[in-house]
Design a protein around this ligand. Structure first.
Ligand code: 2AM
Length: 188
């Protein structure tokens, strides 16, 4: 008979979290319209207006008890406000995502993502995809069905980014729901 295993230690409750830039409602409405239009042609699940965002760093599951520590780490991230011009659509074949992004991302965006990544890791929060290059994008349609659909032109949209946010994600059968847990101003 094998010896009885000691009971596993209970796992602490966790929240699935990430840091992101959240677009103003008007821009989100325009982009949600573009998402619907593309999904109409190509199939797939368009992102809802209220879920559109640009991820800066994805952390995955973090113990809820450590969220204040995570917020404190993000408060140490300093950076200026900057303007983004969303001026292109793209369609990734490998993950069937239709997205929008910038032909020329402003350097301040990459710097912000890098300092955030560094700060949270230095504070003891592992970042699963830390080694992957940062490719700024907003996912507009997931699970695109017809990958040969021509990618439309994107009229440029200016977006002044004055803050970033910490977001909790809850995934259900009807899609992802996001709740902003904290906001961090970009000043300078
Ligand atoms: P995506 O839109 O390209 O899928 C919440 O899931 C956000 O975190 C999404 O914007 C998602 O990007 C991003 N993300 C980055 N890495 C992720 C990962 N390993 N798992 C899930 N989401 C990830």
């Amino acid at each position: 008979m094998s010896p009885e295993r000691p009971p596993a230690a209970p796992r602490p409750p966790v929240a699935r979290v990430f840091f992101a830039l959240w677009p103003p409602a008007e821009l989100a409405a325009t982009l949600a319209g573009a998402a619907k239009d593309f999904a109409h042609q190509a199939g797939g699940h368009p992102s809802r207006q209220e879920t559109l965002h640009l991820t800066l760093a994805f952390l995955g599951d973090v113990p809820i008890s450590r969220l204040p520590e995570l917020q404190a780490a993000a408060q140490n991230v300093r950076g200026p406000a900057f303007e983004l011009t969303l001026d292109r659509f793209g369609l990734w074949q490998h993950n069937r995502i239709f997205w929008t992004g910038c032909t020329q991302p402003p350097p301040a965006l990459g710097t912000l993502a890098a300092s955030l990544m560094q700060q949270v890791q230095d504070s003891g929060f592992p970042v699963p995809d830390a080694q992957r290059p940062f490719v700024p994008h907003m996912t507009l349609v997931r699970k695109v069905a017809r990958l040969q659909t021509p990618v439309p032109q994107c009229a440029p949209h200016q977006w002044m980014c004055r803050e970033f946010v910490l977001v909790r994600s809850r995934v259900s059968e009807s899609g992802a729901d996001y709740a902003v847990l904290a906001r961090f101003p970009l000043v300078g």
